[in-house]
Ligand binder design. Structure first.
Ligand code: TYD
Ligand code: MG
Length: 451
């Protein structure tokens, strides 16, 4: 029998009958790899049944197992659902194995039986990490193996409550001839684990390596097959890590958990605002604290601006880190036009301290305040925080969750909040904490109060 092959793009998963230098699907170069066309792995299907009236359907209560890390439970929607399949993606070295080993340790201590399979490291290597994490007794089983069929045989026999596979790219099924990490292998691995999970009501975790550009799409192509997709991210030069949900069949996707990588593994950051403000200079012009919402939680962050005369006449630099470049360009234009400043001869650098990214228009007022503070060389009082979206006429527009932001500022000891007048007018008087709230309708008015 002639073996049928196809060329599959490792970036987007699209098929092509012949080799091409450039993928017609996603436009990436050199991503087509010849793989044997196998029968599509059977995805999990429900037993045959008849249509049922909506009102007769019983509400299924999801049984959940809490992780040992309190800050992590909301990301799963309140705990890991029994029999769910979770994909955890992230760049190599970000801490996925560490996180899963810590979670496994805690599950085992709670009395769950855990099987942690590693296709990447030997048992001795895992033990070295385990020593750092203070692994103790408990039913935590480790297996170093890359053959999927053998892994699944062990898993069936051991019948754990929690199953971890590290990683989908290193494990291979002997049913397929393509090499580990190719799209068809990765899908086969996921679908076998999926079936095992559902059949035996085991909560399973798959680890997948993803590069910054999101290429190496193996794991990306699994997103529709699994119940929960989590991404573990962070900057290489910063110790903090963020775990966020991209998809969750059993909970919201807005939640995130923050961790700090230390010498004894990942520590949850229970007060992120204090963490990101701890090295803030208080007597320098150009620095301001804003309140943004990350997930469902408010987070205080510092925006810094530096304005200095340019060496590139006619083409001054505009550099931003942690903010949208185009949005900042727009805000600078508003300041020039509406406040009458001219900075055609100035380089402007704007940075969010601590490597954070602010992607919410509520930070607009903070960007403007930091730039004007630096331009005027006037310090913004350190106990002020600002938030508000800024429109093209310089008007300050309402943002979501004003009360949560005000409360966060209050709990960290800030004295004054400059906020959109529209938000202030709608706050219920009785809920407001003891803090000085100042509403503003225009950036001129806001800057008049701050500077
Ligand atoms: P790891 O979990 O191996 O990353 P991944 O599985 O995502 O590839 O973690 C890698 C990094 O974390 C590595 O550079 C070492 C560091 N690390 C610590 O800083 N402290 C620790 O306690 C541990 C276990 C790891
Ligand atoms: Mg790893």
């Amino acid at each position: 029998m002639k073996v049928k092959t196809a060329f599959i793009c490792q970036n987007c998963g699209s098929h092509s009958p012949k080799w091409m230098g450039r993928c017609p699907g996603c436009g990436e170069w050199n991503t087509l790899i010849e793989e044997v066309e196998e029968e599509a792995p059977a995805e999990f299907s429900f037993p045959p049944s008849d249509p049922v009236l909506y009102k007769d359907i019983k509400e299924a209560k999801k049984d959940r197992i809490e992780t040992g890390i309190q800050e992590l439970n909301p990301v799963f929607g309140g705990g890991v659902v029994l029999g769910s399949l979770v994909l955890i993606g992230g760049e190599p070295g970000i801490g996925k194995s560490t996180l899963l080993l810590q979670m496994s340790r805690d599950f085992a201590l709670q009395g769950e039986k855990v099987l942690y399979v590693s296709g990447e490291e030997s048992l001795e290597q895992i033990k070295i990490r385990g020593e750092r994490l203070g692994l103790q007794n408990g039913a935590l089983y480790l297996l170093a193996e890359t053959n999927l069929e053998r892994i699944m045989t062990h898993a069936e026999k051991l019948a754990p409550q929690i199953f971890v596979l590290d990683s989908v790219q290193t494990v291979f099924s002997s049913k397929l001839s393509s090499s580990p990490g190719t799209i068809s292998q990765v899908r086969e691995v996921a679908s076998q684990v999926f079936r095992f999970s559902k059949r035996s009501q085991v909560s399973s975790f798959l680890i997948g390596h993803i590069t910054k550009e999101g290429s190496l799409a193996g794991p990306k192509s699994l997103e529709h097959m699994v119940d929960v997709v989590l991404y573990f991210e962070g900057e290489r030069d910063h110790s903090y890590r963020v775990l966020r949900a991209l998809k969750n069949r059993f909970g919201p996707v807005s939640e995130l958990a923050l961790f700090e990588m230390g010498s004894r593994g990942l520590q949850a950051i229970s007060n992120p605002s204090a963490f990101f403000l701890k090295e803030r200079p208080t007597e320098e012009a150009g620095s301001v604290v804003v309140c943004t919402i990350k997930g469902s939680r408010p987070l205080l962050a510092e925006i810094q601006a530096l304005v200095s005369s340019t060496l590139f006449a006619g083409n001054p630099r505009r550099m931003t880190i942690g903010l949208d470049h185009f949005r900042v360009a727009m805000l600078l234009a508003i300041v020039e036009k509406k406040m009458g400043f001219g900075f055609a001869g100035e380089d402007i650098y704007i940075n969010v301290a601590g490597g954070l990214t602010l992607d919410e228009p509520a930070s607009d007022l903070g960007v403007i305040a930091s730039v004007v503070s630096c331009l005027k060389n006037k310090t913004i009082p350190p106990d002020i925080i600002v938030f508000g979206e800024v429109g093209l006429s310089g008007e300050i527009r309402s943002v979501s969750q004003p009360l949560a932001r005000v409360k966060e500022a209050c709990s960290l000891g800030f004295k004054t909040v400059i906020m959109p007048q529209g938000n202030l007018s709608h706050l219920e008087k009785e809920d407001i904490p003891e803090i000085n709230l100042q509403g503003a309708q225009h950036i001129k008015q806001a800057l008049g109060i701050i500077l």
